[in-house]
Ligand binder design. Structure first.
Ligand code: CA
Ligand code: CA
Length: 446
């Protein structure tokens, strides 16, 4: 960290926010002049505003404002612990690098483990190995060893009471599997997270009827009872390393990505607003198991509003257990999308999805009935959503095309209250066109 830059960051805070010495102590003191890294989640803005609300590191002392431009500086800031802290990312940081900053390739991780993709493909070819058991043997052991080396390098935990922001329009983190792991009160804003590629996908011949390649890393995991998380004006994408450019092995796509933002294992109270999610298949998994043993029942409450989902394949979101409010988002699939479209709203086991005033822009061949996917869910609420500009009853469209056993009832169990203004669905595409993802204005404020 550069001391000079840190001082500059502190001066910025003392300037416009000067009239309000400690804006975080009193959220009502926040004004549009408050620098974005000093802003807190406004009251009533989604589930993350419930109870104590989400202030992140907004009240950080000057000594706990970190201006970082390298992986080493970023990890040092994470290691500083859970006192209120602000981390400002400058430029692009690549997770797949060694301590001296030199790049690490998949071959670097495999070195010394005995792993070879060619040998792995030979050993576990379903034609000879069969389709009824998961891979076991020296090549699977070697794959796990190599994968552990990559995980140790790219999996980073954001501690409690942190605000992490992009400081410049080109600020990004590439290749990292970030986690909010058992932590609370975290704000992520104005940051681009891209391409958390797994060098060592695992073959699971029992996944689906034809088997699947499964990868490990999400761009951001909210996991292990993490609470009060606000993810805002950020961008999440696989680009430029799309899975569509990967080969087929065993006739199945060699997918190197998992989720974009997954909320699992009893985590709770998350607001995602004004983000841009693009070019990714399995996007937002909320709840990873139908079993109650990870503390999910009563938790997994997430608000998703004013985000753009462009060329996303599925799980936007897929929900188990949680009360999840999805309003005023724009879901767009372009004619030339390279991501196969499966569905957007996934009603999973014991889920409570409430989808209101979202806009869907879909090409020929994808119908309103395709928007909902049922994964053991029994109910969903859909109100005043628009498909290609026309107000459409998504649940009715889904039910009209679904088998009797797959019908979804209206979910009368709850009504969202923690909302900002709800706009008409037809106004949403134009409203979000230039206002999602990282936004930088002259004063550095949003
Ligand atoms: Ca699997
Ligand atoms: Ca995941």
């Amino acid at each position: 960290m550069s001391a000079a830059i840190a001082v500059a960051g502190a001066l910025l805070v003392a300037g416009p926010a000067g009239a309000s010495p400690n804006p975080a102590a009193d959220p009502t003191a926040q004004t549009t002049q408050t620098p974005l890294e000093r802003q807190v989640l406004p009251a009533g803005n989604g589930w993350a505003s419930e109870g104590t609300g989400t202030t992140g590191g907004s009240a950080a002392e000057a000594a706990n404002v970190y201006d970082v431009s390298s992986k080493a500086e970023l990890l040092a800031a994470f290691a500083a612990g859970s006192q209120a802290k602000i981390i400002r990312i400058h430029g692009s940081i690549n997770a797949n690098t060694a301590a001296d900053g030199s790049p690490l390739t998949c071959e670097s991780y495999a070195e010394g483990t005995g792993y070879s993709l060619a040998q792995y493909l030979h050993d576990f070819d379903p034609e000879t190995y069969g389709r009824d058991q998961e891979p076991a043997g020296p090549q699977e052991d070697a794959r796990r060893l190599a994968a552990a080396k990559q995980a140790k390098t790219i999996r980073w935990d954001i501690p409690s009471n942190t605000t992490i922001v992009g400081a410049t329009p080109d600020s990004s983190i590439t290749g990292a599997a970030l986690r909010i792991n058992g932590a609370g009160n975290v704000i992520v804003r104005n940051l681009t997270l891209r391409d958390a590629a797994d060098c060592f996908p695992a073959w699971d011949p029992t996944d689906g009827t034809e088997g699947n390649w499964n990868s490990e890393y999400d761009l951001l995991q909210v996991i292990n009872k993490a609470t009060h998380v606000w993810i805002d004006h950020s961008a999440f994408t696989d680009a430029p390393n799309l899975d569509s450019a990967q080969p087929l092995y065993f006739g199945r796509p060699y997918q190197v990505h998992d989720g974009a933002v997954d909320v699992t294992n009893g985590s709770d109270l998350v607001t995602m607003s004004y983000n841009r999610f693009s070019e990714h298949d399995k996007l937002l998994l909320i709840g990873s198991t139908d079993s109650p043993t990870r503390g999910d029942p009563g938790k997994l409450r997430v608000t998703i509003h004013h985000n753009v989902f462009e060329n996303v394949g599925q799980r936007a979101p897929r929900v188990r257990f949680g009360q999840v409010d999805v309003y005023n988002n724009h879901f767009e699939v372009t004619e030339d999308s390279k991501i196969p479209y499966k569905y957007s709203l996934g009603a999973g086991f014991s889920s409570h999805l409430y989808a209101e005033a979202n806009a869907f822009t879909l090409p020929a061949g994808i119908d309103a009935a395709d928007i909902i996917g049922r994964y053991k869910g029994t109910a969903i609420t859909t109100i005043a959503n628009a498909v290609n500009g026309k107000i459409t009853d998504l649940r009715a469209e889904y039910n009209a095309a679904a088998a009797p056993a797959d019908q979804l009832a209206e979910d009368t169990s709850w009504t969202p209250t923690l909302r900002t203004q709800v706009h008409p669905a037809q106004a949403v595409p134009a409203q979000l066109k230039d206002s999602t993802g990282p936004v930088f204005t002259a004063g550095g404020n949003l």
